[in-house]
Design a protein around this ligand. Structure first.
Ligand code: GLA
Length: 731
């Protein structure tokens, strides 16, 4: 009763309520999008508008309050609350749920203040403070708006001053509302070697949840991004689309809820599964960043906006160069020694790539890493395979004229390892149950700061002993199994979250110590691909599946959210039927590498690859930093085509693939995009096998950009697994 009285007094006296009544809307804007939040007379924060940027500031005052309950439009407290707590008037999935010290499970947040700071000419940061009028709980909603790139990134900070810890049950990064006639979700699902399959479904009344519970190797089955077509299915170049992604390398959750009024709520955050978090007084719970864009002309534009933003602001060395490489995993597996590797380093030089990347199998002595059953954790070069250690490898690469990179998987351990023998308590596993192994390994307990030191030390020791190391491939092959942290003891509910935070502590330390070190994020293929991890990595491995036909789909999928410079693609011997040209041409559109012994190629094939590497180097700026256009979808036709357009529109590259054409099939010309309509361009087919002449009618000819974009080029054929790379140069 006393509490209610205080609450009532607080509410009446609250500066929030009176200030709120007069406050003008909070406007979070990019050059193209407005997210407009208003404060109700009762002091609650609502989403009044999310859509195309409004031209007139004066129109903001006309924006309505939204009422999701449908029946009673008079109550302004009901509505599109930006960060609804549990147990109030909103009967749908809340953004925040807390059990307070007295057992009460409701939270009602009122507006306190909002501040918008200009970070630079392009970026603004808005911080909105909310607090509960009854309990000393505060939330700060952060929004970064990137003007030119049309991206908004948002996250929340939750804190309290109750006497004892409170329990957080829900802790969304962000919640958004949409009012459209229909909603269509594109989700991305997968597994090892079949990453990012795109599928479409209409969202109807109720909830659709996309989530993962894998702990580490988190995106093996579900990917931390989605697309929602507003009013109609998302298309490449038309229609309103929301594209969102969460930066969390652990259990994430997207909830899409269509309510009784037919409005859609999208809630993004950490998956609260088995993670009721006990937050101490004064401690701040920071949610992951949720990044989104709204496009009114389809997914293609939204992707390009995300790519540009990622290169400019998020990806490690986003604007920098990338090293082409020769990897040995497909060529040798675990079966190599010093002379074999030295031979491959020379092959890397012959190919013309920048670096040789040594994969798994180079370490451990007591339990040598001869296969995936032993050695993980013991990061010392195996003396019988590599008597000169890593130092000799770096030196040999230097002698061969290439740089040297190395594979590690430092978050994991094989039970057959010295690390496990020394520190069994550093491992996530059940004390009293039978152990379940994924790929014969276990996950280290990264919630434990000592384990964090050890994992950081893996990179740090290698770098200190071998400052010439030019690159790391950082793998993570196992989900968390046998979910029990010896370090967290009776706080097992913190495991999934503290583990990921521990991983970030390590990533951060590595980046701080080695800011210029390029690193590939890998997770048994492409199961780690999120924008928090990518702050610390220059690129990620998309899939162990390097069959070029499969790769066309995988690269199409990942390119929805990631710039091609962040997507590692290697030419291998998978699906040899497709020929070296097709395999190389598929990898050319991404961050190019090879994982094949030159002994598996004849002279002509080698000459082809050398030429492709030379072309790649010559055109690197367009490939790595150009705008990416998806022209023809492999999901919809028997072919696919994509292109890069360089920043000044003076150079473009068109990549064309006939996958599985039908006999006598009608072939349509491909309309290009992104060119300058008023310029003239010369068309030149490149990457031609030695001695072959281009059979492309347009090669050597000139066309206006207008023609190329409206009429297009006849580039497809009816030959199976045929490819063309076409250079387009402004004259
Ligand atoms: C994972 C990676 C592969 C390779 C192997 C080595 O599967 O995705 O590229 O590095 O591990 O064990």
């Amino acid at each position: 009763m006393k509490k209610e009285l205080i609450a009532c007094l607080l509410a009446c006296l609250s500066p929030a309520a009176s200030e709120a009544a007069e406050r003008s809307p909070i406007r979070i804007s990019t050059h193209e999008t407005d997210l407009i939040l208003t404060i109700t007379p009762g002091g609650r924060l609502q989403q009044a508008y999310l859509g195309k940027r409004l031209a007139n500031e004066s129109d903001l005052a006309s924006l309505p309050y939204y009422n999701t309950q449908g029946s009673d439009g008079s109550s302004p407290a009901k509505g599109w609350e930006v960060y609804p707590g549990s147990g109030a008037e909103d009967y749908f999935e809340p953004a925040l749920a807390i059990t307070h010290n007295d057992g009460n499970m409701t939270t009602v947040l009122s507006f306190v203040s909002a501040e918008t700071k200009k970070i630079d000419d392009n970026v603004t940061e808005t911080v909105i403070r909310l607090k509960d009028n009854v309990y000393p709980v505060e939330v700060a909603l952060h929004y970064m708006a990137y003007g030119k790139e049309n991206i908004i990134k948002s996250w929340s900070l939750i804190t309290h001053r109750e006497k004892k810890p409170v329990t957080l049950w829900r802790y969304a990064s962000n919640m958004l509302y949409f009012e459209n006639a229909a909603y269509f979700l594109t989700e991305f699902s997968g597994d090892w070697a079949k990453e990012v399959n795109m599928s479409l479904q209409e969202l109807k009344f109720g909830k659709k949840v996309i989530e993962t519970k894998l702990g580490s190797r988190a995106a093996m089955h579900a990917y931390p991004f989605f697309e929602v077509g507003l009013g109609r299915a998302p298309e490449e170049n038309e229609g309103e689309v929301l594209m969102g992604t969460i930066g969390w390398t652990g259990n994430f959750q997207f909830t899409f809820e269509v309510d009784n009024a037919g409005n859609l709520r999208v809630i993004s955050g950490i998956n609260p599964y088995a993670s009721a978090y006990e937050l101490k007084p004064g401690e701040v719970f920071a949610t992951p960043e949720f990044i989104f864009t709204l496009s009114d002309c389809g997914k293609g534009k939204a992707s390009r906006d995300i790519h540009r933003w990622a290169r400019e602001y998020q990806l490690k060395d986003g604007k920098g160069d990338r090293l082409t490489l020769l990897n040995n995993w497909e060529a040798t597996g675990f079966n190599f020694d010093q002379p074999k590797l030295e031979g491959l380093m020379k092959e890397a030089k012959t190919l013309g790539v920048d670096m040789f990347l040594l994969d798994d199998g180079w370490f451990a002595n007591k339990y040598p890493r001869a296969n995936d059953r032993a050695g993980l954790g013991d990061w010392e070069a195996n003396r019988s395979k590599l008597p000169g250690g890593v130092a000799r490898l770096v030196q040999a690469a230097g002698e061969a004229g290439v740089r040297f990179g190395i594979w590690i998987e430092p978050e994991m351990v094989n039970p057959r390892s010295e690390l496990f023998e020394k520190h069994p308590d550093w491992v996530i596993r059940q004390p009293d149950r039978e152990t379940y192994y994924y790929r014969n390994q276990l996950v280290l307990d990264l919630a434990n700061p000592k384990v964090q030191d050890h994992v950081f030390g893996v990179v740090d020791n290698l770098m200190k002993e071998n400052p010439g190391l030019a690159y790391f491939k950082w793998d993570c092959n196992s989900p968390i199994t046998n979910v029990y942290s010896p370090y967290l003891k009776d706080k097992q509910n913190h495991l999934y979250i503290d583990h990921v935070r521990g991983v970030y502590n390590v990533f951060r330390r590595v980046k701080e110590s080695y800011p210029d070190l390029p690193m590939m994020l890998c997770s048994g293929g492409g199961a780690r691909c999120d924008y928090e991890a990518l702050k610390y990595f220059t690129e990620f491995w998309c899939s162990d599946n390097t069959d070029p036909v499969e790769r066309l789909y995988i690269q199409w999928g990942f390119s929805q959210f990631f710039p091609t410079k962040a997507m590692s693609a290697h030419v291998t011997s998978w699906n040899r039927r497709t020929g070296i040209k097709f395999r190389t041409d598929v990898a050319m559109m991404c961050k190019l590498g090879f994982d094949i012994s030159l002994k598996d190629m004849d002279e002509k094939e080698l000459a082809y690859c050398r030429q492709a590497v030379a072309n790649y180097n010559r055109l690197k700026d367009v490939i790595l930093n150009g705008d990416f256009y998806r022209l023809v979808s492999p999901y919809e036709t028997n072919h696919t085509a994509v292109m890069h357009v360089g920043e000044s529109q003076s150079k473009a590259l068109l990549y064309v693939y006939d996958i599985n054409p039908r006999f006598g099939e009608k072939l349509l010309p491909v309309k290009l995009q992104g060119l300058d309509a008023s310029s003239t361009y010369r068309i030149e087919e490149i990457n031609l096998p030695e001695g072959a002449r281009s059979r492309l009618g347009a090669t050597g000819k000139t066309f206006t950009g207008d023609y190329l974009m409206k009429v297009g080029l006849s580039v497809f054929t009816t030959s199976q697994n045929n490819s063309r790379i076409i250079e387009i140069t402004q004259i």
